[in-house]
Design a protein around this ligand. Sequence first.
Ligand SMILES: *Cc1c(COP(=O)(O)O)cnc(C)c1O
Ligand SMILES: [Zn+2]
Length: 394
Amino acid sequence: MKKIDLLCTKCAKKYSINEPNFRCADCGEPLEIEMFTNSKFSDRSERNILKKYSDFFPFENINPSLSLGEGTTPLIESNSLGRELNINLFLKNESLNPTWSFKDRGTYVALQHALKLGFKRIGTVSTGNMASSVASYGARADIETVILVKKGMAKEKIIQTYVYEPQIIEVDGDYGSLYYESLKLGKEKGIYFMNSDNPFRVEGSKTIAFEIVEQMNLSSPGFVIVPTSAGGNIRGIYKGFKECFLNGLIEKIPTIVCVQAKGCSPIYEAFINNKTEIERFENPHTVARAIENPFPPSGNAVLRLLKENNGLCIAVEEEDILKARIDLATEGIFVQPASAVSLAGLRLLKDKNQINENSNVVCILTGSGLKTLSNINNQGNIKQRSIKELNSLL
Ligand SMILES: *Cc1c(COP(=O)(O)O)cnc(C)c1O
Ligand SMILES: [Zn+2]
């Protein structure tokens, strides 16, 4: 590995990347790999994110055979929705990843790290998308994989995870505490837990920003809207833009927008109350299950990031999330409720006049609609017709 350190996101204490260090021993906050400088993008035709952006990763060499084709997702310019909102709206469609969510970027990167450190077992804690992602890459690498899932995970997601044959344990208890328990168990049992805000997973997410910068011809949008739960993805996306800025690839870092579902909004609550630390959100409940983390492990780090960036934070209602999901379908894109949160957030910001007309806005569409088939009207109540009737119907 290259000579670069992990730094605490709060106190800046240094840690080695050659050991499984995930959180600061002093303040408990998440660690982050130092900013990469003197770096540039390589060949546009390269599709492997670790090769294409190798200057921005700590590895001297990687195992490319672990790749399943993560990343290189399209940035689609919206037609009708952008026009309706009087902005230039771009949709970064992460549902095109190998297991149909952005999680695959970070899983691929963290897996390289786990193997470099000599781990023989990997694991994760998940509400769904992380489970299928880690199980899939675990199968690909032929390594023992432990998946701790929350009770009541969407059926589509649990089936998708079982297919890859990891060890799945359903745990009764909140996702927030399970995270800390897993890191403890990982240390004792030699399991590399690549959870939601693992520093290498965050590095994977930053390639979303790199791709947006390239897709916008080395410029940056005005706003990037990110559905946020644990906080790993938004941290990665921000770091990606910041590294582009520090390396002279863009002139300005976009305004980062953290969106949560009102039914589980610990970061939003802290943000509007000007607090520097989140509190556990009691009785969380939202249709956006993939972002239902009542005690996000990177919550405080996200608050610091928003402060540094002058970023925005909002929370959206259930009915607006479901409406946004259908609106995206009118553009031909089918996402899960957690992803529709970004468009619902954009609508709300527009109503509050926090986004100017003609701004360039990117919504991150984090995962596929096929992973969550409930909450959709019109399920299978189609009337059957005979072939003879067709003539009169068309
Ligand atoms: C994991 C996930 C999120 C939230 O990402 P965090 O890194 O936990 O903030 C949002 N949407 C989907 C579909 C996800 O799977
Ligand atoms: Zn610290």
